[in-house]
Design a protein around this ligand. Structure first.
Ligand SMILES: [Zn+2]
Length: 55
């Protein structure tokens, strides 16, 4: 898991809401209902990598 201090400063690129980590390789934005992958412990907060949970 990411350090809480790191998690605290990460925000959704779309809505700027804070993110939650539900498992080791995902960060979730509950507001947008999207997730961002974490690859090699690096959160990929880029639009191209967004996992859309609305589908
Ligand atoms: Zn969002």
């Amino acid at each position: 898991m990411l350090d809480k201090e790191i998690l605290d400063i990460l925000v959704c690129i779309r809505c700027k809401n804070s993110l939650t980590q539900s498992n080791d390789d995902r960060l979730d934005c509950d507001q947008c209902n999207i997730s961002f992958p974490i690859i090699d412990d690096i959160p990929r907060l880029v639009d191209e990598e967004v996992i859309d949970n609305n589908d």
